[in-house]
Design a protein around this ligand. Structure first.
Ligand code: PMP
Length: 418
C-alpha cells in the first residue's frame, strides 16, 4: 500500500511524484535489462492505469457505436463520449461543448482549420504568419492552403536562444496577415511563446489566431478564453491519454460559419441526392465513427491530470528541468540547443563526441529513452545549423534520479566515442 500523500494548507494534495509513478505501469519494466528511464514524453506520454482501464472498460462493457442506436450499450457509450467532451470543455475553459471538436490529433485539427476556415478566407497576396520554431504540423497545412489560394507563408524568426520576440513578430504582421498560427510551446526547444500578447497584436490587425497546444497542455495552464485565441489544437496522447484522439477548440461564431471538413455519417441532419443539411456543432466536424474509446480515454486522462494540483505538477517539472539543465551544462562537450528563459519540459542537446543517433542508441542500451532526430521541426535544425539533436523531455513522472541516469549514460557515450 502507498502512504497517504502530503496535504497542503488548502487541503489539496501536494504533488508526490513517487506516488504518481505507481500509476504508470510502463515505468515499471526493464529495457535491455535496466530499469526504464522514460525521457520522451514530448513524443508521447506514458498512460496511467486510469486511462488504460477506461479504454479497456469501453471495449469490455460499453462496446457500441454512438449517437445512432436506442439500445443501452449505445446509450452508455454515447453518454461517456459526450462526458469526455464536457471534460475537455472544462479543461480548456471553453464556453460550450459546441466549441470542442474531437479530431485524430493536433495535426488533423490544424488541417481542419487550414481547409475549412483558411481556404475560403485567403485571397491571392494574403498572408499566413507562423514562426521559425513550428512543428511541421503547423507549417505544411498552411503551405498547402497557400498553394491552393495564392496566399503567402510568412515566418517570424526566432533568436539564437529559441525565443520569439514581440518586435520580430510585429515586424512580420501586416494588413495582409489573415491567419497567425503559433506554437504555444515548442516541441524541439521547450520555449513558451508569449501567445496571449501575440494574439492580441494579431487581433488588432484583424487576423485570426490558431495556437498549436500539442506541447503546452501538459506543462502550462491553458485557458482558451484568457488566451483569446480563435482556435486551439492539441493531442490526447501527449496529455497521458490514448493515441488517435485530439481536440480542436474553435470559437463558436467561427465554427458556425465554416463548411464541413469531411463528409459522411454523423455530420448530417438529413441527406437527399438533391441536398444535404449539415448537423449542428460540434457534430458538423465529426464525420464517421469517431475513436470512441480513445475520446473516453482522453476524458479519463483529463480527470487524472486535473486530480493533481496543476501548479504543483508544473513546479515539480520546472525543478527537474532546472536540475537537468545544470547537469547537462556541467558535462564537457555537451551543448544545449534552446535556452529561452521560462522554457519547459524539453532539453535538446548535442555532444561533441558523437552524432545524436549514436547518443540515442547508447543511452537506450542503458535503459534511457530519449529522442533523436529533427523532431519534425527541420527549420529549427536549420537555424542551428544541425541535422538533428538529442532531446530529453519530461512528464509529471520524471525525477532527478532519471536525470542522474541520463547523465551516467552520457558519460558512457563519452567513454565510447570521446
Ligand atoms: N505540434 C507540436 C508542437 C507537436 O509537438 C506535435 C507532435 N510532436 C504536433 C504538433 C503533432 O501532433 P500529432 O502528431 O499528435 O498530431
Amino acid at each position: 500500500m502507498t502512504s497517504p500523500s502530503p496535504v497542503t494548507a488548502d487541503a489539496r494534495p501536494a504533488f508526490d511524484v513517487h506516488r504518481a509513478r505507481e500509476d504508470f505501469p510502463a515505468l515499471h519494466q526493464l529495457v535491455h535489462g535496466k530499469p526504464l528511464v522514460y525521457l520522451d514524453s514530448a513524443a508521447t506520454s506514458l498512460k496511467p492505469r486510469a486511462v488504460i482501464d477506461a479504454v479497456e472498460d469501453v471495449y469490455a462493457r460499453d462496446c457500441a457505436n454512438i449517437h445512432r442506436a436506442v439500445h443501452l450499450l449505445s446509450q452508455r457509450a454515447t453518454a461517456r463520449y459526450e462526458e469526455a467532451r464536457d471534460k475537455v470543455r472544462a479543461f480548456l475553459n471553453a464556453k460550450s461543448n459546441a466549441e470542442v471538436i474531437f479530431t485524430r490529433g493536433t495535426t488533423e485539427a490544424i488541417n481542419l482549420v487550414a481547409q475549412s476556415f483558411a481556404r475560403g478566407l485567403l485571397r491571392e497576396g494574403d498572408e499566413v504568419l507562423v514562426t521559425e520554431l513550428e512543428h511541421h504540423s503547423n507549417i505544411v497545412p498552411w503551405q498547402i492552403v497557400c498553394q491552393q489560394t495564392g496566399a503567402k507563408l510568412v515566418v517570424t524568426p526566432m533568436t539564437d536562444r529559441g525565443e520569439v520576440l514581440r518586435e520580430a513578430f510585429e515586424d512580420k504582421l501586416s494588413d495582409r496577415t489573415k491567419i497567425v498560427a503559433l506554437a504555444h510551446v515548442s516541441n524541439a526547444l521547450g520555449t513558451v511563446l508569449p501567445v496571449r500578447e501575440l494574439s492580441e497584436l494579431a487581433h488588432a490587425r484583424g487576423a485570426a489566431v490558431l495556437l498549436d497546444g500539442a506541447q503546452a497542455v501538459s506543462h502550462v495552464e491553458v485557458d482558451v478564453r484568457a488566451l483569446d485565441c480563435d482556435f486551439y489544437a492539441f493531442s490526447g496522447h501527449k496529455l497521458y491519454g490514448p493515441t488517435g484522439i485530439g481536440v480542436l477548440y474553435g470559437k463558436e461564431r467561427l465554427l458556425e460559419q465554416m463548411p464541413p471538413y469531411q463528409g459522411g455519417g454523423d455530420m448530417i441532419r438529413s441527406v437527399t441526392f438533391e441536398e444535404t443539411i449539415y448537423n449542428d456543432l460540434p457534430y458538423k466536424f465529426e464525420a464517421g465513427t469517431p475513436p470512441i474509446a480513445s475520446a473516453i480515454g482522453l476524458g479519463a486522462a483529463i480527470d487524472y491530470y486535473r486530480g493533481f494540483d496543476q501548479a504543483a505538477v508544473h513546479a515539480h517539472e520546472r525543478a527537474v528541468l532546472q536540475y537537468a539543465t545544470n547537469a547537462l551544462e556541467s558535462i564537457p562537450g555537451v551543448r544545449l540547443i534552446g535556452t529561452a528563459p521560462g522554457k519547459v519540459a524539453a532539453l535538446s542537446f548535442l555532444m561533441d563526441a558523437a552524432h545524436p543517433h549514436d547518443v540515442g542508441t547508447i543511452v537506450d542500451s542503458e535503459g534511457v529513452a530519449i529522442r533523436t532526430g529533427h523532431h519534425c521541426a527541420q527549420p529549427v535544425m536549420e537555424h542551428f545549423g544541425v541535422a538533428a539533436t538529442a532531446r530529453a523531455s519530461l512528464g509529471l513522472y520524471n525525477t532527478t534520479d532519471d536525470i542522474d541516469a541520463l547523465v551516467r549514460s552520457l558519460y558512457k557515450v563519452e567513454e565510447l566515442f570521446g
